[in-house]
Design a protein around this ligand. Sequence first.
Ligand code: IMP
Length: 180
Amino acid sequence: MSLLFVTTNAGKVREARDYLDAAVEQFDYDYAEIQSDDLAAIAARGAHEAHEAAGGGDPVIVDDSGLFVGGLGGFPGPYSSYVEDTLGIERVWELVRSLDDRAAAFRSVVAYADGETVETFTGEVSGRIVAPRGAGGFGFDPIFEHEGETFAEMGTEAKNAVSHRGRALASLAEWLAERE
Ligand code: IMP
């Protein structure tokens, strides 16, 4: 059995291979994201749709992530990708810098679908929003500081060890192992 990771991002597939014993293949398919405040609902619906689009064979996983800023009521959350494209991370920092509370979290939901079951696994990492630092990573990494370093200052391995996506994949791996 292999797992099809539904994503247009090959980097996510490499990351998943580090966590999962099963063979992980990329299924380059852009599922329709439903509009919801709930990452789990978005990921579960996407996994169900993608499993059908893949022909209903091997199980699929999808991942949906977002940055949740406490002092902004959780914004941008499920709209993170849109906000990154429209405002950009510098302007997110400008919005947050005037707040007393700059605490934030990255959250990721990995949804698994095999035609019978849809299961979701959540991972979270907390930190705070800071002025951009660091050249690595992607997305909001330069403005997200965790234990003194921004994600863009950490190496990929150090980031993966604590990241929201890593934690969600680790609980999927545990669940898959229990089912065997
Ligand atoms: P997606 O659901 O993984 O496509 O991510 C949604 C948004 O969150 C995009 O704007 C990503 O750039 C951002 N994002 C997701 N994971 C990370 C991360 O690990 N670091 C920085 N930004 C991230």
